[in-house]
Design a protein around this ligand. Structure first.
Ligand code: MRU
Length: 368
């Protein structure tokens, strides 16, 4: 997708230095476009943990390139195998909820297992990281192609713009390109369908207010920023035609972990008969977890993210305290929406019911 009219990916290998990966530093968006360089595994760990990069698919791709850098670093170590295993564990420990992280690290480990020489392992790791990146692009594109059909169905029964509500940022910045939940929106725009997006601000880190809005401005898509508490009212007033959100991990039974607050939107959608869809790349599917509500690990982040809000003061980016300093705060990053509130999962292989049976029809090999 575009920044300043130029097509970009969120992550890329330097054209001249094979030991250097570039990403957009999402901590500074929307006010400043900065590139962050990843040249060591510690940089990759930092980028994921500090949310320089974020969003389940992009976290996975970054970890894959981190493992490639780990193979390069392993070359000089006394025990390269042990060193790489340690890098894998460090990367896995950065964030707990998005399953793409562990998935991508395991994919690279599997890909390099066939080689003996470390020089060959390095090439295989880079090849697999590139493939994971490319697969993410085509997966997201396909999610868009299936998802746009839902938007088209709405246009056949109403006049004017289709109103789509989304939570957090599951646009291209959370992936490599296209996004998950926003991919159907971008495809609708390409097809000339009149759309309007309600963007939840998504406290505490405001990925909706800072990232989803940035993407939609850059893409020229009509949108309105709302506080996290507004969605239910809009749904009661018939102002939302469809909700589409992303997911960081979806369990075997169709329960969906996504950014905190998603569950409340699903409840409101259910109460108001508004279709509630989840854009699910198969890299975010975790069939090893039978019951998502019970067993998906939920990240708990620093309480200061709740107590402080970051924004622009004139030209200066500032963090301001919005509660008494001594107030205790609790900061869960994600919640789990039970499958019964999910109208369907939009995947790269089509749309299915949010249930084990539904998922199995599209991804039988995951259940082997
Ligand atoms: O904490 P983040 O910003 O890494 O969370 C990721 C998200 O933006 C989402 O929960 C998203 O909707 C799913 S990832 C496409």
């Amino acid at each position: 997708m575009k920044i300043n009219g130029k097509h970009e990916h969120t992550i890329w290998l330097d054209t001249e230095n094979p030991g250097l990966i570039h990403v957009f530093d999402q901590r500074y968006l929307p006010h400043s476009i900065r590139i962050f360089n990843i040249s060591t595994t510690d940089d990759a760990v930092y980028a994921i943990r500090e949310m320089v990069v974020r969003g389940a698919p992009l976290i996975g791709v970054t970890a894959a390139y981190g493992m490639y850098l780990g193979c390069r670093e392993a070359l000089d170590r006394h025990d390269p195998t042990e060193y790489l295993a340690m890098v894998g564990e460090k990367l896995k420990g950065t964030r707990p909820t998005a399953v793409n992280l562990v998935w991508a690290i395991n994919e690279v480990m599997d890909a390099i297992a066939i080689a003996e020489a470390w020089s060959e392992k390095i090439s295989l790791a880079l090849k697999r990281a590139h493939e994971i990146k490319e697969e993410d692009i085509s997966t997201c594109q396909r999610i868009g192609l299936y998802g746009v059909e839902l938007i088209k169905q709405i246009t056949s029964r109403k006049e004017g713009a289709v109103n789509i509500l989304t939570h957090c940022n599951a646009g291209w910045l959370a992936t490599v390109d296209w996004g998950t939940a926003l991919s159907p929106v971008y495809h609708a725009q390409k097809e000339g369908i009149e759309i309007h997006v309600w963007v939840d601000e998504t406290r505490p880190r405001n990925q909706g207010a800072s990232l989803t809005t940035f993407e939609l401005v850059e893409q020229g898509i009509p949108h309105t920023l709302i506080t996290d508490n507004t969605g239910g009212h809009l749904m009661q007033q018939g102002m939302v035609d469809i909700v589409i959100v992303g997911t960081d991990r979806t369990a075997r039974n169709g329960d969906v972990a996504n950014k905190i607050g998603t569950y409340l939107k699903a409840l409101a959608a259910h109460d108001n008969n508004v279709p509630f869809y989840v854009a699910l790349p198969s890299s975010s599917l975790d069939v090893s977890i039978k019951n998502g509500v019970q067993d998906i690990p939920i990240e708990e982040r620093d309480a200061d993210e709740v107590k402080y809000v970051r924004g622009l003061d004139g030209a200066e980016s500032k963090s301001v305290l919005i509660s008494p300093k001594e107030t205790q705060a609790l900061n869960y990053g994600f919640d789990v929406t039970p499958a019964k509130y999910v109208t369907g999962l939009i995947t790269e292989r089509g749309i299915c019911e949010a249930s084990e049976e539904g998922i199995k029809i599209l991804f039988p090999e995951k259940f082997d």
